[in-house]
Write a protein that binds this ligand. Structure first.
Ligand code: SAH
Length: 358
């Protein structure tokens, strides 16, 4: 009927109105349908659900790859109002997400890759390497699928108001799809989420931080630092062998300077590794002069790894040391600890229980 295939790179979920018009003209269909289709796509509708579209056109649209991420499991935390989702992609791969509810709105943590190849010593997502990149459409579908599952009581508003790219994967290791995702998720005629409400977290792929400052809508950049010096960082994060801290920290400063946005440094406190008072001093002197904030996280111990977190009480002490040195810091709330909140944990358990391929 038509020659759209997985290889052609076309997918409905991330298409612009202009691209939809081209698709429609290739299908000998009127271009005015593009806007209608776009409105459906923003609600996560699949072709069968596009009620004002003629059945013949819906059939043609069904032959085009969609870029879906279908929710196959949801767990609710009894301790806090957090839900964790497992999504299945069209090829059977599985990724995860977390919806965190706050007074000001809801934050969705999304995945950018199935698995990860960055090899951080404490992270469950990287245990079996990278399986594949997610497409921009799949990332967008993570949002629209959640909005379908948890509809907003006010139909004029969106369920998901904030996005953090902190699920499975390294977003900058999937740069082109991440860029397209950011363009589409912020587009006024599509999901229209403000870049101010989007955080992108990276382990520190330095050249791509510079590209992001130039090419993407100015989102909040989070850098997973986790160490005050190269010796300690080398032990925790293999990426540090490629991009040293004396390249990474200036890249973070550049991003803050160019975008005018405060950069967030994430720092998971690991017992007897990076949590001494001396580490706090060294970290503070490294970060001096940068418009930044430090997010402290007591390491979430991962069964497969032999690293231990510190207590929350200790994390507050570390925060106090930084603040005395005039570095602003907070201890991140722990959410969903009863539903495997740490990244990669739920997906790994699912694969283990169900014999999945990740
Ligand atoms: N690849 C990106 C985003 C994914 S991880 C990155 O590296 O930033 C999101 C955050 O969770 C990162 O800061 C990561 O270092 C942190 N993280 C991973 N495993 C963790 C664990 N077991 N305990 C605490 N933080 C963890």
């Amino acid at each position: 009927m038509n020659n759209f295939s997985a290889e052609s790179n076309i997918e409905l979920a991330s298409s612009t109105v202009l691209e939809l018009k081209t698709i429609l003209s290739d299908l000998n269909e009127p271009e005015f349908r593009a806007k209608q289709i776009m409105e459906w796509l923003a609600r996560g509708a699949r072709p069968d659900e596009m009620l004002n579209i003629p059945k013949t056109l819906r059939e043609k649209l069904k032959a085009i790859p969609y870029g879906n991420a279908d929710i196959i499991d949801v767990r609710h935390s009894k301790r806090d109002d957090t839900s964790k989702m497992l999504y299945e992609l069209a090829d059977g791969n599985i990724v995860e997400g977390v919806l965190m509810r706050y007074a000001y709105g809801n934050t969705l943590c999304i995945s950018t890759q199935a698995g990860c190849r960055m090899g951080c010593a404490f992270c469950a997502s990287t245990l079996n390497g990278r399986v594949r990149n997610l497409t921009a459409g799949e990332m967008l579908s993570e949002i629209t699928a959640v909005e379908k599952y948890f509809p907003c009581s006010d139909s004029k508003k969106r369920t998901v108001t904030n996005i953090v790219m902190m699920g499975c994967g390294e977003p900058l290791d999937n740069y082109d799809n991440t860029l397209r995702f950011l363009q589409r998720v912020t587009a006024a005629d599509f999901l229209g989420i403000s870049p101010r409400n989007i955080s992108l977290s990276t382990c520190g792929l330095v050249p791509l931080i510079y590209r992001l400052a130039e090419e993407a809508p100015h989102v909040t950049l989070c850098i997973s630092l986790h160490a005050p010096n190269d010796d300690i960082r080398d032990k925790l994060m293999p990426v540090n062998h490629t991009y040293r801290m004396n390249e990474l920290i200036p890249a973070a400063k550049h991003y803050a300077d160019v975008t005018g946005r405060r950069v967030i440094f994430e720092y998971a406190l690991v017992d007897e590794v990076n949590s001494s008072q001396e580490c706090a001093r060294e970290l503070a002197s490294r970060l001096r002069g940068i418009n930044c904030h430090v997010n402290l996280i007591p390491l979430n111990s991962v069964e497969e790894r032999n690293l231990k977190g510190v207590t929350r009480k200790y994390a507050y002490q570390f925060q106090g040391w930084l603040e005395k040195l005039h570095i602003s810091a907070t201890v991140r709330r722990e959410l969903g600890t009863d539903i495997d909140g740490a990244c990669g944990q739920l997906r790994n358990k699912y694969s283990g229980d169900h014999g999945g391929n990740c």
